[in-house]
Design a protein around this ligand. Structure first.
Ligand SMILES: *Cc1c(COP(=O)(O)O)cnc(C)c1O
Length: 388
């Protein structure tokens, strides 16, 4: 791409980072599967695990442009991205502050790996900035947040976190998977490093496992030093697939977000639903904060079924909407955290985290919202009837 400044989102998604096919003038990027490149008379020593093959470099440009950062790296999974990014900056004796509610895989990674390497950590008790302040120590190196969070769509004040961290020279990392750069660009508020499970919205079709990290040249360089040792690079064919997926990121996420708002409002009015968690509802405790830091409220929501409607039976009764552990595909899916992601916790521990048995996390797809609503409606009626 030439020197066009300030491109719109759909243009960035479609074109930035594309590789020109000089040989055949094809319309899309060629895919270079080579794992071996010449070393003489070239200024870049290319190798897949060095994260610098042509397709990797092209896609990194697109992701960095979307996140408004100088640079980015692509990984084979979200956890490869998150683990490489954290370990790039941490050493024995360092301390990390983590937000109370984070993705289960990240939680497990911290629980299993940090102690082994002598890294200290603390979890906040809420999303409030006061909580983060309380946990600051002289050896605090990183603050790690995730907003909106999983599964209750809690909102953390991104700017307050970035300000707090800058005051004390602490690095900030955010998991931006749920929001996507379409709905939230954390560097606008001073966050240093953005991580993604590209398996979710960036891939968007429930058929790619990938991860991404975005940040300044300096930070990405440091993450790269660690990443090439851990070796979590993505195969170039999948990089190419991800480039293809990202072309429709804005189209997909915009539509999914629009549907989520409609469904959240419908559920909010439904007498068979006790509670709806969606930052785009005025009843969400952090609606104003979400509005101030998100461009739109995203496509994930959760709701509690009223007593008398069993979560499993309800999900089995759905005809269009599929039960699924993962999220963010074109298709709408549900999961009941009490029976899956949080099943290993005791009921008391679950309730402490606000996870009731009737809680359903809903990943909104691109289907027509009236079809989704009709499906939810019939599943509620059917499940209720069966209980009588
Ligand atoms: C899925 C997910 C991850 C982990 O990504 P993988 O691609 O499964 O490794 C991290 N954070 C969030 C918010 C996720 O939803």
């Amino acid at each position: 791409m030439g020197k066009l400044k300030e491109l719109g989102l759909n243009t960035i998604c479609t074109h930035v980072g594309e590789i020109e096919d000089k040989q055949f003038k094809g319309s899309v990027s060629p895919v270079y599967m080579s794992t071996s490149y010449a070393f003489d008379n070239v200024d870049v020593k290319r190798y897949p695990r060095y994260f610098n093959t042509p397709n990797q470099e092209g896609l990194c440009k697109k992701i960095a442009t979307l996140e408004k950062t100088e640079d980015a790296l692509i990984f084979s999974s979200g956890m490869a991205a998150i683990s490489s990014a954290l370990f790039a900056f941490l050493q024995k004796g360092d301390h990390v502050i983590l937000q109370q509610v984070i993705y289960g895989g990240t939680y497990n990674f911290v629980a299993k790996e940090f102690e082994k390497y002598g890294i200290e950590y603390s979890y906040t008790e809420s999303h409030s900035i006061e909580d983060f302040k309380k946990l600051m120590q002289p050896n605090t190196k990183i603050i790690y947040i995730e907003t909106p969070s999983n599964p209750l769509l809690g909102i953390t004040d991104i700017k307050a976190i970035a300000d707090l961290a800058k005051e004390r020279n602490v690095l900030t990392m955010i998991d931006n998977t749920f929001a996507t750069p379409i709905n939230q660009t954390p560097v606008d508020f001073g966050i240093d490093i953005i991580v993604h499970s590209a398996t979710k919205y960036m891939g968007g079709h429930s058929d790619i496992s990938a991860g991404a990290v975005a940040g300044s040249k300096k930070h990405i360089e440091q993450i790269w030093e660690t990443a090439r040792n851990f070796g979590g690079n993505l195969s170039d064919f999948m990089v190419w697939m991800l480039e293809r997926s990202l072309k429709t990121l804005n189209l997909r996420v915009k539509e999914q977000t629009k549907n989520a708002q409609v469904i959240a409002e419908y559920l909010d009015e439904n007498p068979n639903i006790d509670k709806v968690y969606y930052p785009g509802l005025k009843s969400h405790p952090n609606y104003e904060l979400a509005k101030s830091q998100m461009k739109n409220f995203g496509a994930m929501l959760s709701f509690e079924l009223s007593e008398g409607i069993d979560a499993m039976e309800f999900q089995n009764a759905l005809q269009l909407i599929k039960p699924s552990m993962s999220l963010a595909g074109l298709e709408s899916t549900t999961v009941s955290p009490a029976q899956t992601t949080h099943a290993l916790l005791s009921e008391e521990e679950r309730l402490e985290r606000g996870i009731k048995d009737g809680l359903i996390r809903f990943s909104t797809g691109i289907e027509e919202p009236e079809d989704l609503i009709a499906d939810i409606e019939q599943a509620i009626l059917k499940t209720k009837k069966e209980l009588v």
